[in-house]
Design a protein around this ligand. Structure first.
Ligand SMILES: NC(=O)c1ccc[n+]([C@@H]2O[C@H](COP(=O)([O-])OP(=O)(O)OC[C@H]3O[C@@H](n4cnc5c(N)ncnc54)[C@H](O)[C@@H]3O)[C@@H](O)[C@H]2O)c1
Length: 342
């Protein structure tokens, strides 16, 4: 298989390109970035080629699939075009910045008949898959409440432009601030783990600490905390932050009728189960991918497998659209100081 990667920044360098390179079915990667230097760097690093334009990349009949690793505001343009050019697409999250644009992508997928997967990679970690398995056995009874958080020191330490002028801080490009960057991962995870959907939300947000290149507070939230209620009546809290300095927190706790499942709550064990009578069971699985520790996510292998076997991807466009709706609802709730029904 031959792959095209559009957008040659950090996620392309640390996840997509190495995982395609490691997949035995991929024989060539073609890189495109509107900053040609970045495309050349990755082509050198991963023994690939560069394309002169998106149009030429998408017109190449030998390319089977595309990773859309561009910035958030570009996804609906690039992913839609790639699908309608007959390519399978792995689109980075968030699927887009608006419901209308996400629907455009979902419609393009249906029209094209090609595979579309969105990179909500939290579904693929062993601990999250094991936690889902534990919930499904019902040994801990029904899920009643949950608590989830995702925070790190901020995208100005991660993106290819490591400065306060990063697009992640710009309203028109990142759109949703930390909510769309980190929060959407956990919304998708809660939907997946609980086989449920968040139905109403309230929230507070702030631009508490991050400043742009002129020293002014950034235009999007760097912190957001929310209360959530699901369709099946579960209650939860969530906090998402770009100001967890010193250590990342990527943990989720699920409280059930007969015990608790703590996921990524300690460094030593990825899951700790505590039963009602105090018994503890620890699971040592694999560490979650963090900005500083990019282990293999499994997303690329899963994407290729679903193409080869003609199966539905684990994260569909519709899944990504429903998580986007929740994030837009959370931001609306914070801005309007009200409870929003999704
Ligand atoms: N799934 C995850 O865990 C995860 C982690 C980090 C980032 N991401 C997502 O990946 C995407 C990229 O993030 P990043 O951290 O790599 O950002 P980045 O700033 O490091 O890289 C983005 C690259 O895209 C290029 N680009 C933007 N628009 C383009 C266009 N129209 N044509 C060609 N190239 C274009 C830029 O020049 C830049 O090189 C974002 O949507 C982000 O939310 C996902």
């Amino acid at each position: 298989m031959k792959v095209g990667i559009i957008g040659c920044g950090s996620i392309a360098k640390f996840r997509h390109a190495p995982e395609y390179k490691a997949n035995k079915f991929v024989n060539e990667i073609v890189f495109y970035d509107r900053n040609i230097e970045r495309a050349r760097n990755l082509a050198d690093m991963f023994d690939g080629q560069t394309a002169p334009s998106i149009e030429e990349l998408l017109a190449d009949p030998s390319i089977d699939m595309i990773s859309d690793c561009s910035s958030n505001e570009q996804h609906h343009l690039i992913t839609t075009k790639a699908l309608l050019s007959g390519k399978h697409v792995l689109c980075e999250k968030p699927i887009s910045l608006t419901i209308e644009h996400a629907k455009e992508i979902v419609d393009a997928q249906k029209l094209s008949g090609k595979k579309l997967m969105v990179d909500h990679n939290q579904r693929f970690t062993r601990a999250h898959q094991k936690a889902k398995e534990i919930i499904l056995t019902k040994e801990l009874g029904k899920v009643l409440t949950f608590r989830t958080t995702f925070g790190h020191a901020g995208p100005e330490h991660w993106g290819v432009n490591k400065s306060n002028s990063t697009w992640f801080f710009k309203k028109e490009r990142s759109g949703l601030g930390v909510a769309g960057d980190l929060g959407i991962h956990k919304v998708d995870l809660i939907h997946y783990l609980l086989d449920d959907e968040i139905a109403s939300v309230s929230a507070f947000q702030g631009s508490l600490d991050k400043v742009n290149e002129n020293g002014e507070p950034i235009e999007v939230c760097d912190n957001i905390v929310c209360s959530l209620k699901t369709k099946k009546g579960r209650l939860g809290t969530a906090s998402f932050s770009w100001t967890y300095y010193g250590e990342e927190d990527n943990s989720t706790i699920i409280y059930c009728e007969k015990g608790i499942i703590k996921i990524y709550n300690t460094n030593e064990y990825q899951i700790e189960v505590i039963t009602k009578d105090g018994e503890k069971v620890f699971y040592q699985l694999e560490n979650i991918q963090t900005n500083d520790n990019q282990t293999t996510s499994g997303v690329i292998d899963a994407f290729i497998k679903c193409i080869q076997l003609d199966e539905d991807p684990l994260v569909t466009g519709e899944d990504a659209l429903s998580s986007l709706k929740v994030i837009l609802g959370i931001i609306e709730a914070a801005e309007s100081n009200s409870v929003v029904t999704i």
